[in-house]
Design a binder for this molecule. Sequence first.
Ligand SMILES: Nc1ncnc2c1ncn2[C@@H]1O[C@H](COP(=O)(O)OP(=O)(O)OP(=O)(O)O)[C@@H](O)[C@H]1O
Length: 276
Amino acid sequence: MSSSSFIALQEASVKYPTGSGVHQALSNVTLLIESREWVTVAGPNGSGKSTLAGVLLGTCRLTTGRMVQKERMDIRGVLQHPEAQHIGDTPAEELAFALNDQHLSKEELRQIQKQALLRVGLELSPETPLNSLSGGQKQLVNIAMALATAPDVLVLDEPTAMLDPAARELVLRVIRQAHLQGTTVVWITHRLEEAVHASRMVAFQKGEIAFDGAPETFFYGDLASDSDLETPCERIGLAPPFVVQTALHLKKKGHNLTARPLSYDDLAKAVSRLCL
Ligand SMILES: Nc1ncnc2c1ncn2[C@@H]1O[C@H](COP(=O)(O)OP(=O)(O)OP(=O)(O)O)[C@@H](O)[C@H]1O
């Protein structure tokens, strides 16, 4: 493990027992995650992304290989299915569990609980029964919990899958704030437009790492290679986000788009330069 590595997976494999034998969900995965990175993890259904989340969060045991991490590291996670990680019956209980080791008075705890919920846009009493909340609200409670301890690492498995566009934006904003304050982020998603925030893209295919590099290279290919070749994103069989599709289309139509935009703002700037 290098000095700045937070987590190192070394030749990690996971095999699940099935009725007829075993299913290999991760095959010899070697992955070093550095402090303060934002790693977006993508890949088709069944490619091993949630298994990776389970391994990083310690809920899924490796069959072979090993995971090394810095000592006393606080790793928090948000799982794909929000109910799967509830321990208590209310957000107050969930947050009390998360903040367990912080020796807070009842009043301090209540203030922190309210603020943690407000931070993710939930204006509800911390005593609201979790089973009365929608799937998206439960997901937001889990995100609030994961953020409450300002963890060293956040592992988020499809955190915005159940959210409406406004809540999705808010969650991206609060995770970005946490990242700016020093939290390392591992963000698993099918929404490739969310990769815009990443410093690094890791794509899985059939339990193996099929790409590990800059998001721009994932979506547009290597600058040195022929622009007509398939991009890593296309090779894996994923549809690039709208911004990338538009830029690739303009290039194919012969427009001299030199930038490799990932956001709408960057696309607008690149297109306006064409018009000069
Ligand atoms: N508990 C389990 N028992 C047996 N097989 C499993 C188990 N969990 C996952 N698998 C299998 O392992 C493979 C990887 O699953 P995983 O959930 O990690 O993929 P994923 O990339 O997160 O998929 P998705 O995008 O659909 O959430 C899949 O083929 C899945 O069917």
